[in-house]
Design a protein around this ligand. Structure first.
Ligand code: PLP
Length: 359
């Protein structure tokens, strides 16, 4: 069996040791005689898994005690609606649009109140991140929403916008666990797990306690953060298997040395590719250097023919899912935590050979 280097933006690679561990435990988890997929979410054996996953996430991300960790379903996309439903008490909130997902979050929020787009990098084709200060916020806004890492365009915040006393809400779907983050700077952090944390099906929200209990009356129960927090994410059946996989991924991160080591690894991997792109005569990356993503590296060759040929030849050589998002074109290498350094070393070698061949 030959495993490929999978550059998919999500669902994406999981650490091989985690997959092996899951395979070992597949038929009989911890002597229970059952797979984690089969067990009751109310059983003692499963309780240890979900409680353990939460404890490890708190440890790895250094989450302060006055934040709740919620294991949810529905993807980051459902949180685009949950955020205004839980937080828009005055009927007004601010959004910064730096790519497709922040645009979708902004659009969804407009169903529930006045969602102001206070800054956007659309005019620059989302190749940069606009500067925003507290003075740019709408007076009375309930929160400011940002997308921390723009999965499709390959950009990310270099420093967070200053919001004063206004809670900062951030979609971290594609930067989750990729680097240390000061959770106390945020009101809410949330993201789908399928990029860097676990298989699809799990969405994690980390919510400051002061922001709970403000949901409007017609909020569906499973979208109500306070209800979910009061029920330890077990108001209904949680995504049991994904939470178990999340726990294994967190154990893997701890074993490697935590998020500081993860960040160093990710910076090293990203630098291998960006350094090559910056000196290549065939390929280039369009993002302003300061705002380049560590997780999603976008690039184009000199022509559409070369783009297509590259994606095809790369796939043939075992580098799969390098095609850019359908809305952007070109190429994108998503290089999440689980992508080994060799994946980048070999990709860069392959690109250099391709460049020589078709120069
Ligand atoms: C993938 C992604 C989403 C969408 O997530 P779903 O779980 O599919 O709803 C939202 N935001 C960002 C930044 C993403 O990368």
């Amino acid at each position: 069996m030959a495993r490929v280097f999978n550059f998919s933006a999500g669902p994406s690679m999981l650490p091989e040791s985690v997959l092996n561990r899951a395979a070992t435990e597949m038929l009989d988890y911890g002597g229970s005689g059952q797979s984690v997929m089969e067990m009751s979410h109310r059983s003692k054996v499963y309780d240890e898994i979900i409680v353990g996953a939460q404890q490890l996430l708190r440890e790895v991300m250094n989450i302060p005690d006055n934040y709740k960790v919620l294991f949810l379903q529905g993807g980051a996309s459902l949180q685009f609606a949950a955020i205004p439903l839980n937080l828009m008490t005055t009927g007004c909130a601010d959004y910064i649009v730096t790519g497709q997902f922040s645009g979708k979050a902004h659009k969804e929020a407009q169903k529930y109140g006045l969602a102001n787009c206070i800054a956007s990098s659309k005019e620059q084709n989302f190749t940069t991140i606009p500067q925003v200060t507290a003075a740019d916020l709408t007076p009375g806004a309930d929160y400011l929403h940002i997308c921390h890492n723009n999965t499709i365009f390959g950009s990310k915040y270099a420093e967070l916008p200053q919001t004063g006393s206004v809670p900062l809400v951030a979609d971290i779907s594609s930067s989750f666990l990729s680097e240390p983050m000061d959770v106390s700077k945020f009101g809410v952090l949330y993201g789908g797990a399928q990029k860097n944390v676990a298989p699809a099906g799990l969405t994690i929200a980390i919510v400051h306690e002061d922001l709970l209990g403000k949901a409007r009356a017609n909020t569906p129960d499973v979208m109500n953060w306070k209800l979910m927090a009061d029920n330890d994410s077990m108001l209904n059946t949680p995504p049991c298997w994904s939470i178990y996989m999340c726990k294994l991924v967190l154990e893997w991160i701890i074993q490697l040395g935590g998020l500081t080591v993860m960040q160093q690894r990710n910076e090293y991997k990203a630098r291998l590719l960006y350094d090559y792109l910056d000196k290549s005569a065939m390929f280039s990356n369009p993002v302003e250097k300061k705002y380049r993503s560590l997780m999603n590296v976008t690039f184009v060759a000199k022509s559409e023919e070369l783009n297509n040929l590259f994606v095809k030849e790369a796939a043939g050589a075992g580098f799969v899912n390098l095609k850019g998002h359908r809305s952007v074109g070109g190429m994108r290498a998503s290089i999440y935590n689980a992508m080994p350094v060799e994946g980048l070393e070999q990709l860069v070698q392959f690109m250099a050979d391709f460049e020589r061949k078709y120069a």
